[in-house]
Every structure is written in structure tokens, then in C-alpha cells.
Design a protein around this ligand. Structure first.
Ligand code: BTN
Length: 259
């Protein structure tokens, strides 16, 4: 349960059922289990600490207790084809960036596919996991975010220099419940119009137009991130002139050549 004021603000949205845990293995794992047991769209899980937090590309996600927003939402997008599922993570990224700006004054940028960055350091990561149904559309999608809220100057050693917390960049310790509520309100607004999410994401994704290096499981590409494809892949014009689309990988924003 969230405090009364937060509960009231979410009452008219699909995200009224917020389940809060002191400790959980992973908010994504919890909601995937709930989804398989028939839980309805809109259930939210939030934890002060995760013992087995998961990140993209099979990595783990480690965060000190009570220092981050660790939250997942269960969505059941009727008739959304799997090649549009990336718009759900985009909607969460956009809503989270907006919530940060509203509460801290700092607007993070979005790095493809869905990292929030401040000064090229990672503020938040997002992991979407799908449950496929029998037909072409999705049975359930769980989207989880880990957002570094307050490290009080002590970044976890494993991410020092690479990641950043909101208190460090804004000078403010934002309330994690308020951040969650603002994010969920922003997600509620966007969820009904995923076409608009596609345009908003394309217009604001900081990777588009940048010189990038993409580290793939089996190699590396350097070039310019020219555009996004309708199914959310990154179109790269590589330095050797070839065009390649990337589905998953680690993107590093590089300085312009000669810059
Ligand atoms: C990334 O690798 O950048 C994505 C990290 C996603 C972490 C969040 S924390 C809440 C939710 N539960 C998890 O186990 N993972 C996501």
C-alpha cells in the first residue's frame, strides 16, 4: 500500500493496485508469476530491495536497499502485436523521464533502447518481459524500471563513474513514492495512444542522430544512428557505408568525428 494521498491520485487509473514489498527477488519475476495466475492489467509491484534483480541481456541488477525506485507494471495490451511491444517500454521511459523532471528539475535523456541518462551516466534501466498468448498478440507484458534515486554521495562500487543517482545531479532527495505516482500517471496518459508514444520517443531519443558504438554479442559496429525502424530497432549507417539494424545491444554515445 502507498500513503493515502498517493492512493487517491492513482484511484482513477489502471494502476490503483500498488503492491509494496520490503524485499522481493525481483518485481518483474513477481508480476510475471501473477500474470500467469491471471492477475489483471495494471497491478504494480514496488520493492525497497531486490535479492535477484534482473537487467537486460541476462545481466543482474543490483541496487542498495531503499536507494532506488524498483518497480514493475503488468500490462495486458489487447491486440498489440509483438513488433509494437517496444512502445510499452518507450512509454515507461518517457513517463519516468518526465516524472524526474517534475520532481527534481532534472530531465534525463533517453538512450536507445530505454536507458535514462544524465551527463552520459546511467540513471535508470528498463526491462520488459513478455508472456506470449496463443494468437499473434501478447498475453501480458511486464515492464520494470530501476531508477537510482538517492546514493547520498556513495555510488555502489560496481557502477561508480558509469551510473548516477537523482540526488547527485539535482541536489534533491526525491520521495520514491511520489516518483512512482508521477511515473504511473504519465504512463496512464501515454498508454491509450501508443502511436503518439512512437512520435514522442522518436523526437526525444538522444541516440538518434548521434555517432555511436554498438557492442553486440558477436561484434561491434561504429557509425551514426540514423533512425528508428517502426518495430523499434536502431538503424545504423556504419563507417564502412553499410546500413545495419540493431535489435539488442549496448550503445555508447560517441563524440562526433573530428569533434
Ligand atoms: C537494464 O539492464 O538496464 C534494465 C534494468 C531493469 C531493472 C529493473 S529493477 C525493477 C525490475 N525488476 C527487475 O528484476 N528488473 C527490473
Amino acid at each position: 500500500m502507498l500513503p493515502g494521498s498517493a492512493t487517491r491520485r492513482l484511484a482513477a487509473t489502471r494502476f490503483f493496485d500498488v503492491r509494496r514489498f520490503e524485499s522481493l527477488d525481483s518485481t518483474n519475476t513477481y508480476l510475471l508469476d501473477q500474470a500467469r495466475s491471471g492477475a489483471p492489467e495494471g497491478v504494480v509491484a514496488v520493492a525497497d530491495h531486490q535479492t535477484a534483480g534482473r537487467g537486460r541481456l541476462g545481466r543482474s541488477w543490483v541496487a542498495p536497499p531503499r536507494a532506488s525506485l524498483l518497480a514493475s507494471v503488468l500490462l495486458r495490451p489487447v491486440d498489440l502485436a509483438i513488433d509494437r511491444a517496444h512502445l510499452l517500454t518507450a512509454a515507461v521511459a518517457l513517463a519516468a523521464a518526465e516524472a524526474c523532471e517534475q520532481l527534481s528539475g532534472v530531465r534525463p535523456s533517453i538512450k536507445w533502447p530505454n536507458d535514462l541518462l544524465v551527463d552520459d551516466r546511467k540513471l535508470a534501466g528498463i526491462l520488459a518481459e513478455v508472456e506470449l498468448g496463443a494468437g499473434p498478440s501478447l498475453e501480458a507484458v511486464v515492464v520494470g524500471i530501476g531508477l537510482n534515486v538517492a546514493w547520498a554521495g556513495e555510488a555502489p562500487p560496481e557502477v561508480a563513474g558509469l551510473a548516477v543517482a537523482l540526488d547527485e545531479v539535482s541536489g534533491l532527495t526525491v520521495d520514491r513514492d511520489e516518483l512512482l505516482v508521477e511515473m504511473l500517471l504519465g504512463l496512464e496518459r501515454r498508454y491509450g495512444d501508443l502511436r503518439a508514444v512512437a512520435s514522442e520517443y522518436r523526437a526525444t531519443c538522444a541516440t538518434v542522430g548521434r555517432r555511436v558504438r554498438v557492442d553486440l554479442i558477436d561484434g561491434r559496429i561504429e557509425g551514426v544512428a540514423a533512425d528508428l525502424t517502426p518495430d523499434g530497432r536502431l538503424l545504423i549507417v556504419a563507417d564502412d557505408g553499410s546500413q545495419q539494424t540493431v535489435t539488442a545491444g549496448d550503445v555508447v554515445h560517441l563524440r562526433p568525428q573530428g569533434g
